[in-house]
Design a protein around this ligand. Structure first.
Ligand code: HEM
Ligand code: HEM
Length: 195
């Protein structure tokens, strides 16, 4: 479930592109309008931020799709980082749905509401992403500590045993440890163990 450096870079690139272009659109739309002789008009760059944002949105959905088969599936099976993970997924789905609605259901009365909901969730998404990453790293540290603890215990255990008792211990201590097994259990295995 740990992402490779290249994969992680694409996650951050796509996230940064949608976030930065969304925020730039907000700044240009609300604070940098042009006051000309025909009244207030949008800044010419405003439309460009939205064009880039649309491209970023497609890339972001592609990247989230690429996380489904390994990152998200493994996280789910190991029950690691569940709340921050599903919060981030929920935020992404909300952004995709409200973004889609902005394209196709942009009536006079509905559009402003959709817009505020969309960018409100978008601003929140940055915080959820940071929470997800920090707690993801914390769960990794916990898993490593419990692995080390279990293998030290086993190493100590085999020191106290007679040579004939340790004769069958050809596999590494970590692979024999309960912690390692439980970290790699699938949901189905858990149910079987619980029964
Ligand atoms: C929109 C969906 C998601 C995105 C964009 C995402 C992205 C990320 C990123 C960038 C990291 C940091 C990786 C690193 O620094 O090595 C991470 C860590 C993690 N995520 Fe996700 N994630 C998503 C959904 C989920 C879900 C649904 C789960 C759980 C079911 C999950 C579980 C984890 C875990 C366990 C880690 C820590 C991995 C480790 O360092 O060992 N993620 N995620
Ligand atoms: C997965 C992530 C996202 C997707 C799929 C997405 C999708 C979309 C789509 C399809 C639109 C409509 C574009 C148009 O009308 O031409 C839009 C507009 C917009 N998005 Fe996003 N977006 C995402 C993330 C974000 C984030 C993180 C922000 C942060 C502020 C944001 C802010 C905005 C803003 C300000 C608009 C313009 C709203 C309007 O036209 O009234 N979006 N987005």
């Amino acid at each position: 479930m740990r992402l490779t450096a290249g994969h992680k870079r694409w996650v951050y690139r796509a996230g940064a592109l949608v976030f930065v272009t969304g925020v730039l659109w907000l700044v240009f739309h609300y604070f940098l309008r042009i006051h000309g002789e025909f009244g207030e008009t949008p800044h010419p760059l405003e439309a460009w931020w939205l064009r880039l944002h649309g491209a970023g949105a497609m890339l972001a959905l592609l990247v989230v799709g690429s996380l489904l088969p390994i990152h998200i599936r493994t996280g789910w099976h190991h029950r690691r980082n569940l709340w921050p993970g599903f919060s981030l997924l929920a935020v992404t789905v909300a952004l995709a749905l409200t973004g889609y609605a902005l394209y196709y259901f942009g009536g006079e009365s509905l559009r402003p509401v959709l817009s505020v909901v969309h960018w409100g969730v978008g601003l929140l998404a940055a915080g959820v992403m940071l929470w997800h990453i920090r707690s993801g790293h914390a769960t990794r540290r916990l898993a490593t500590i419990s692995l080390r603890g279990a293998s030290t215990e086993l190493a100590g255990d085999s020191k106290n045993r007679a040579p004939e008792e340790t004769a069958g211990d050809a596999v590494s201590p970590a692979s024999r440890s309960g912690a390692f097994v439980s970290l790699n259990k699938t949901g189905a295995d858990r149910k079987a163990t619980a029964r």
